[in-house]
Design a protein around this ligand. Structure first.
Ligand SMILES: Cc1ncc(COP(=O)(O)O)c(C=O)c1O
Ligand SMILES: [Zn+2]
Length: 401
């Protein structure tokens, strides 16, 4: 079942609707009942996250054969960056360690379970890159016919990263926002479950990242969580995890969530700053951060509503800020992520100038995607190479140490 957080309408999940037919708000999955809740999940050490946190997922059962081993990613303390920025507890939740190198696998893993339970043989997605590879990989794993719709001009590397899994790849000329809605119409007609960025079941998968952060901090919530923000599906899912924990009485304080957009395409940051309930379409996209540049986020209203309800914020950072943050994460902590993913550190750096972090207050940066996905972003980094002949190597080496 799906429910509308705005008008309360209940929808059957059979046709996988994404928006409320009454009021057009984004639909969320309704919890199944009865459930033993987080207390059981906290005790359970089941290795499979979908089983361990099953009480919080709208799935009537889990087929482990559909999994690629997603989740259980590390929460790493960033000691060097703590010293650099003068904070006491800074962590990275490294979602790049998921099977296809991004957080998208968390959501795809739950959506394919639902697709199987609902009897779909065909799945699809509309993507700028990471979600294409993720959906194609899980489609291959589960033996689904998989359709991937990509924006015309998507880099060849992204097409190949999805294409290797053998989906039907389609590039589409035209408006990306309209393509999102069109895919849902096509899906209804042809029996394809389009698990797009704000699909209600995809969002449920992102909740597990929140539960893992809570668990890794010793069953405590972090003070703040920084998340790169585009369509907002990830941010909504993460906030929903802490809403569940609040509902269970397991936390008193809601973390401060900070959504971070690219300044060259920041419709939600602009709407947040100007007090709007809806984001106006961003008409002049100027950023190299393609993975987080959605000019008209389909669940924008829900993101703004939830962020305000939980006293979070949305801000924007420049491409140069992201590049510097990507460099710092790699050179100082050994974490190589996509520039878009480093937006979380860039957002933290900006936020630190606006607010002070108390001693003992933890901040978590969610690193959403692997740097190996965007090797072309390295072209602008200086590469210092020393060259010696074999005979001159010893002397040459000495001069380096
Ligand atoms: C690396 C990376 N970070 C962040 C995002 C943004 O996620 P969302 O669209 O759920 O806000 C994406 C989306 O594709 C992404 O690929
Ligand atoms: Zn509604």
């Amino acid at each position: 079942m799906l429910e509308c957080p705005n008008c309360g309408k209940i929808e059957s999940a059979g046709v996988v609707p994404v928006f409320c037919p009454n009021c057009r708000a984004s639909l969320f999955a309704a919890p199944l009942s009865p459930r033993a809740g987080m207390k059981r999940a906290v005790r359970s050490k089941h290795p499979h996250p979908l089983v361990r946190y099953g009480d919080f997922l709208p799935l009537e059962g889990v087929d482990p054969s559909l999994s690629l081993g997603e989740g259980n990613t590390p929460l790493l303390e960033l000691k060097t960056l703590e010293r650099r920025f003068g904070v006491s507890l800074l962590f990275a939740k490294n979602e790049a360690q998921n099977p296809t190198g991004s957080f998208k696998d968390r959501g795809t893993a739950v959506a394919v379970q639902k697709a199987r339970l609902l009897g779909f043989h065909r799945i699809g997605t509309v993507s700028t890159g990471n979600m294409a590879a993720s959906t194609a990989a899980y489609g291959a794993r589960g033996g689904f016919e998989t359709y991937v719709l990509l924006k015309e001009g998507t880099p060849e590397a992204s097409l190949r990263a999805a294409g290797i899994y053998g989906p039907t790849l389609v590039t589409v000329r035209g408006d990306y926002g309209r393509l999102f809605h069109k895919s849902l119409d096509i899906g209804k007609e042809l029996g394809i479950y389009f698990m797009n960025s704000v699909d209600p079941f995809r969002l449920e998968g992102y909740k597990i990242t929140g539960f893992e952060i809570f668990s890794a901090l010793g069953d405590r919530p972090p003070g703040s969580v920084f998340v790169p923000l585009s369509s907002g599906g990830h941010l909504i899912g993460l906030m929903r995890a802490f809403e569940d924990l609040l509902g269970e009485g397991l936390i008193d304080d809601f973390p401060t969530f900070v959504g971070v957009q690219a300044a060259g395409c920041a419709p939600l940051a602009r709407a947040f700053e100007t007090g709007q309930n809806s984001a106006a379409r961003w008409t002049d996209v100027r950023t190299a951060a393609h993975a987080i540049s959605n000019p008209s986020p389909p669940a924008g209203d829900a993101v703004l509503r939830m962020i305000r309800r939980h006293r979070g914020m949305i801000l924007s950072v420049s491409d140069e800020d992201m590049r510097r943050a990507q460099d710092l994460l790699a050179a100082e902590e050994g974490l190589f992520c996509q520039p878009e993913s480093a937006a979380s550190l860039a957002g933290f750096v900006k936020c630190r100038k606006l607010k002070s972090f108390r001693r003992g207050e933890s901040a978590v940066l969610v690193l959403t995607g692997s740097g190996l996905k965007a090797l072309q972003s390295l072209d602008s980094f200086p590469l210092d190479i020393h060259e010696f002949t074999l005979d001159g190597l010893e002397d040459g080496f000495r001069s380096l140490t």
